[in-house]
Structure formats: C-alpha cells, structure tokens
Design a protein. Structure first.
Length: 229
C-alpha cells in the first residue's frame, strides 16, 4: 500500500486508473477490477505531487470557508455589481436597489441569514422573469420555474419541463446568469449536450463559450465562501 497518501480505492469496470479528490479533501483512486495493487501504488506515486498540490488548495478553501462571515459594511455580489450591507434604523430587512439594509446590531449569523433570505427573494423574481423572457424569444414554454438551494448545480431542467436554479446564481454577472438560463431552456428542445443542443444555445448567445468560462471562474471564486443556508 502507498504509505504517504491515504486514499479510498474504488474498483469498477473502467479501463484505466484515475484519481479524484473530493470537496472534503478525500482522495479516491478509481481502478479496474483487474488492476494489481502494485500497479495502483505506482500510479499514485507518479501523481503524488499533483495530489498534494490539490489537497493543499482544498484545505485552504475549507479554512477560508470556516472563517467566512458577514458584517455591516461588507460588499456582496449581485448580478455583477458590488452591493453594501448597511445598518438602517427600524426592524426591516430589505434591498432598495443600492444596498442591503438590516436593523442595527445584528450578529454575524443573523446578518448572513437575512442576506440569504434577500438573495432568495431577488433570485426568484429575476430568474423567473428572465426565464420567461428568453422562453418567449426561443418559442418555448417551461412548465415551471423554481429556485432552490442546490450547491453543486446552477440550474437543471427536468424531463417534464420544469426549470430549477440555485439561488446562488444571482451573485453571478448578468451575462453568466443569462447563459445558465438559455442553457436550461435549450434542454426543453434537447435533453442532452449534443451538437444540436449547443446550436440552440449559440442561436441565442453566439458568445456563450465566454460566459461558460466565466461561470467556472465564478464557481471557483465563491468556493471560498460559506453560503450554506
């Protein structure tokens, strides 16, 4: 066994050996049923530097997430803008187009809870309105538009025509939001990622690859922030 790296071995009908590092910094080695342990150990040894580099990065992200908190005066993402959190006399929580306003003296957990609630409200309105606007342009009609707390998927489209978004998407740039919306609507025509599917996306957003790349960058950015609700 490889003594320097602890890992979970998963055997299957696959043809090659591969390494996967989970979000909680666990190393998984995926190998064919017939792969010998000596062969697996050699592969891990060759990939040791790569594994350690990624483990360091993931552990750093986890440490930053543990330290994440919100305070008055912080600026948060909202559709490509930076919006401040401000204290306002009274007991109302809201968003006035320029700032998130909260009653004074909220604790950090209360601030976070209030902000997530506001994000969800804004996401429901904006994502629903934009989805139906693009749907009209594309000649489509989704059965329903829902906003949930998904952590690993920005959007999804069911076989029954229901479109779902993570409320976290509202923190992305407007163009990125539009890309996700068009992407999910395109699945109403093609429930796959075939060339026909991407042709549908490109017919509405010819530069979609730019926003697809930006979405991945955004995902890496907020990975350092703990937005669990």
């Amino acid at each position: 066994m490889n003594k320097s790296i602890t890992y979970k071995l998963i055997r299957s009908n696959r043809k090659t050996i591969a390494i996967h590092i989970t979000k909680d910094a666990q190393v998984e080695v995926r190998a064919p049923f017939g792969a010998k342990q000596k062969e697996i150990d050699k592969f891990i040894s060759l990939k040791r530097d790569w594994i350690q580099k990624h483990l360091v990065r993931i552990n750093q992200v986890q440490e930053e997430r543990l330290k994440f908190e919100l305070n008055y005066g912080d600026h948060l993402r909202l559709m490509g803008r930076k919006i401040p959190i401000l204290a306002r006399a009274g007991n109302k929580v809201g968003f006035d187009g320029q700032c998130f306003y909260l009653p004074p003296k909220f604790l950090t957990d209360e601030i976070k809870g209030a902000i997530i609630g506001l994000y969800k409200q804004i996401a429901k309105q904006v994502l629903t309105d934009r989805t139906f606007a693009y749907a009209r342009e594309m000649g489509l009609l989704p059965r329903a538009v829902k906003v949930n707390s998904a952590k690993t998927r920005w959007g999804s489209c069911s076989s029954k025509g229901s479109i779902n978004y993570s409320w976290r998407l509202i923190m992305a740039d407007e163009e990125v939001i539009n890309y996700v919306i068009v992407h999910e609507l395109a699945h109403l025509k093609e429930l796959n990622h075939s060339p026909k599917f991407w042709a549908v996306v490109a017919s509405i957003l010819p530069d979609y690859k730019m926003w697809q790349k930006r979405l991945k960058e955004f995902q890496r950015e907020i990975a350092h922030e703990n937005w669990s609700d």
